[in-house]
Design a protein around this ligand. Structure first.
Ligand code: APR
Length: 308
């Protein structure tokens, strides 16, 4: 039997995620939104692409949470996107209400699902989802690190004129301007990136990565990124549904790992059928640890504002 995924929010990230899930034949998809007609229309349009693309996945849109019942996995994208000049943090209160309300409904109908949170500010919204759902921490995962790392890998590959597939690395910390790309663990076909690029060039790439979301917002003017975010979500779904045990940077609820307790922060995790199956702790230099602590402190500020 095919797996069932509910995507909450049929906007840019949600609809593109549904499209990618069907294209990869990963699951039947229910798109749900507060707007009437939009999820139904996009769902039907995606269903009608099936005969051409060759997928049998059922895609449908709805406004009724009963249709989401017994989902194996739920992707939370509902909320308001960032407008130019607006920080992720400005979105906090508006999106907190949306995430709280929709998670309550979704978990009532799918008590055994795994939750992937995309709504920004990411780490605080993932924490909201964890607290509101009452789920164990392996079943609530924030999507940010794969996206931030993809941006970082893109810029490095472009600068060195090599395949993006050769560039490996990860970004730690919160999904915001304090995120922590780690050059020491960044390699190009196994070669440490510092051997291939002068420090000032790498520093500029790190800075561009930190502001990667804002760069897209400034270009689009109305709305924020969705192609790369939806691709990142689908990599997570694929790792979970195929029990790949794939090590990926994701936002996870830390309970003492990295010296951080009771907070969602981006770290390398192992994703498999149970969701987060392991939080991988790597050794950090004093400087890297300080940067991670600073990033965690900015997440904590937001979490305290919403009180989760
Ligand atoms: N219930 C269901 N859907 C809702 C609700 C709600 N209470 N409130 C808002 N929505 C829907 C909107 O109607 C809209 O269709 O969420 C959708 C959001 O879509 P977009 O505005 O296109 O935003 P998108 O680009 O998809 O980004 C969604 O992901 O990357 C983050 O920062 C981004 O937080 C934002 C989220």
């Amino acid at each position: 039997m095919r797996k069932k995924v509910t995507v909450v929010g049929a906007g840019n990230v949600g609809a593109t995620t549904a499209h990618r899930l069907a294209d990869k034949q990963l699951a039947d998809v229910v798109l749900i939104d507060i707007l009437e007609g939009i999820p139904q229309g996009k769902g039907l349009d995606l269903l009608e692409a099936g005969p051409i693309e060759g997928y049998d996945c059922r895609v449908r849109g709805t406004n009724d949470y009963a249709d989401t019942a017994n989902s194996d996995l739920v992707v939370m994208t509902a909320g308001f996107p960032r407008k130019p000049g607006m920080s992720r943090d400005d979105l906090l209160k508006a999106n907190f209400d949306v995430v709280k309300g929709t998670i309550e409904k979704v978990v009532k109908h799918s008590p055994d699902c795994i939750l992937i949170v995309v709504t920004n500010p990411l780490d605080a919204m993932a924490q909201t989802a964890l607290k509101v759902s009452g789920f164990s921490r392996n079943r609530v995962i924030g999507m940010a690190g794969i996206l931030d790392t993809a941006r970082y890998r893109t810029f490095i590959a472009e600068a060195l004129n090599v395949s993006v597939q050769n560039v490996q690395g990860f970004v730690l910390g919160g999904h915001g301007d304090t995120m922590v790309p780690v050059p020491r663990y960044t390699t190009v076909a196994g070669i440490p990136v510092a051997e291939l690029m002068p420090k000032d060039k790498l520093d500029a790439i790190i800075e561009r990565t930190r502001k990667g979301g804002g760069e897209i917002v400034a270009l689009l003017k109305a709305g924020s990124a969705y192609y790369a975010p939806s691709a990142a979500v689908v990599e997570m779904v694929d790792a979970i549904f195929n029990d790949r045990k794939k090590v990926l940077p994701c936002a996870a609820y830390l309970e003492g790992e990295y010296g951080i307790k009771g907070l969602f922060v981006g770290v390398p995790v192992k994703l498999g059928a149970k969701g987060i199956e392991q939080i991988i702790e790597i050794k950090l230099t004093a400087e890297e640890k300080a940067a991670l602590d600073k990033s965690a402190a900015s997440v904590k500020e937001l979490v305290q504002i919403v009180g989760v």
